[in-house]
Design a protein around this ligand. Structure first.
Ligand SMILES: *Cc1c(COP(=O)(O)O)cnc(C)c1O
Length: 431
């Protein structure tokens, strides 16, 4: 009889991992537990989770306030369907969201994951246009280098060339792409529409007046599409263009929401508000998958007044009470601290400690915004090779494309953050 497979052998033989070759998966670490900023491996090695587990574990792993809320919830009402029923955790979360999100967004749709919240947002836009007597408006405009998730409609508005989905291009709905906002964050704003990207956006929205339902983009920070930070004035002026051409403005803040950029939402860098807002990732402080799509009364009442009136979406686990309880606790943890001061400290330390990377060969740019630190290389960086160095540096980093980056947990101490920036510099030297 052959001996049973070890956990790592079983994993390698049977389990798919994200964006990984199933037959040649590369190095995979077996995690035993995690607490605070640390992931502990089966052999006792402790690694700092400098990715906040793909940007969601903002307050650290196993945060005592969040786990306590989840434990209490699981003993009373772990789940119940949301059709015809409601519960305290969903209402409590709604109250908290309305306190911190843009004022005009008063209607809340809970869903399972970031990609689904994007699907919901896009569906809302199409159904709204339909209700407004514009059934031809079923396409979307977006900026290049964007990322909005892995489901079909979300994929169609990810960057068509450099995005992770170009392989599927022939199977995706055709959307309208404009250049990524050319004026970077921190650069002086340029009023020339041929230089600031808005001339191109105007032409696309004007030409698509009978076809475009919404303009979707990540405000200020493009995450997966290149960790690029752009000038918020682009969004103020895009808002006016959307209004002029009857297009809904959709902000995907799944990565930027809940203070990651130093503002509670990246929208807060702007003087305008979107019609629809997607939140996910940090919503539960990374403790359970959950997301939300918010919209304003105009869109909600438009859909409600149309035919069929009902909004055509309703996932099984909609408003899952356990996830709502985790999200309430995560928001309390965030708002119960001086988060502005905290993020400003993290930003200042990363600015200082990453600056020397500018002088390294192969480094194209170094940039920091809030608790996001990026070393952009002039060549692609291998995640596998970075993983191999993790036991040595004590820091888990997963570079993507040309970028060695961190989104550290907000609870990182100065010493832990120094370990992260040192590991990033080391990767920039050797990879
Ligand atoms: C991660 C991400 C998504 C997708 O969220 P999932 O929870 O992975 O489905 C969508 N948009 C942005 C901006 C993201 O960063």
């Amino acid at each position: 009889m052959t001996p049973p497979l070890t956990p790592l052998e079983f994993d390698q033989r049977h389990l798919w991992h994200p964006y990984t070759n199933v037959t040649k998966p590369g190095r995979t670490f077996l995690v035993k537990e995690a607490e605070g900023v640390h992931i502990t491996l089966e052999d006792g090695t402790r690694l700092i989770d400098a990715m906040s587990s793909w940007w969601c574990m903002m307050h650290g792993h196993r945060h005592p306030v969040i786990t306590a809320a989840m434990k209490a919830q699981i003993d009373t009402l772990p789940h119940v369907m949301f059709g015809g029923l409601t519960h305290e955790p969903s209402v409590e979360l709604g109250r908290r969201l309305l306190e911190i999100t843009p004022d005009s967004l008063q209607r809340i749709f809970y869903c399972d994951s970031g990609s689904v919240s994007v699907e919901v947002a896009m569906k809302m836009a199409v159904q709204y246009q339909h209700a407004m007597g514009q059934p031809g408006r079923s396409e979307f405009a977006t900026v290049r280098s964007g990322y909005h998730g892995d489901t079909w409609k979300a994929m169609s508005v990810c960057d068509p060339d450099t995005g992770m989905h170009h392989l599927f291009q022939g199977a995706l709905s055709v959307q309208h792409f404009v250049s990524r906002p050319p004026v970077a964050m921190g650069q002086e704003w340029c009023e020339d529409p041929e230089q600031n990207g808005l001339g191109e956006l105007r032409r696309v929205l004007e030409a698509g007046q009978d076809r475009i339902a919404g303009f979707i983009l990540e405000p200020v920070v493009q995450g997966t599409g290149g960790m690029y930070f752009y000038h918020p004035e682009y969004l103020n002026q895009a808002r006016a263009l959307c209004d002029e051409f009857g297009v809904l403005l959709i902000f995907d803040e799944i990565a930027t929401g809940f203070a990651r950029t130093g503002q509670m939402f990246a929208t807060d860098f702007c003087s305008v508000e979107p019609d629809i807002l997607c939140l996910g990732k940090g919503l539960t402080g990374g403790h359970i998958s959950f997301a939300v799509t918010l919209t304003n009364d105009r869109v909600a009442e438009g859909i409600g007044g149309g035919n069929p009136g009902i909004f055509m979406h309703g996932p099984t686990y909609m408003a899952n009470p356990l996830a709502c309880a985790a999200a309430c606790a995560a928001i309390d943890v965030l708002t119960g601290q001086d988060w502005r001061g905290r993020i400003a400290d993290i930003a200042a330390q990363m600015q200082a400690e990453l600056a020397p990377a500018r002088d390294l060969p192969g480094v194209r740019d170094v940039r920091v915004l809030g608790a996001i630190g990026v070393i952009e290389m002039d060549h692609p960086v291998s995640a596998d090779e970075a993983h191999a160095l993790a036991p040595d540096t004590g820091v888990f980093l997963r570079p993507f494309g040309h970028n060695i980056y961190t989104m550290p947990p907000f609870i990182s101490t100065p010493e832990q953050l120094s370990a992260v920036t040192a590991a990033m510099l080391r990767l920039a030297r050797v990879l």
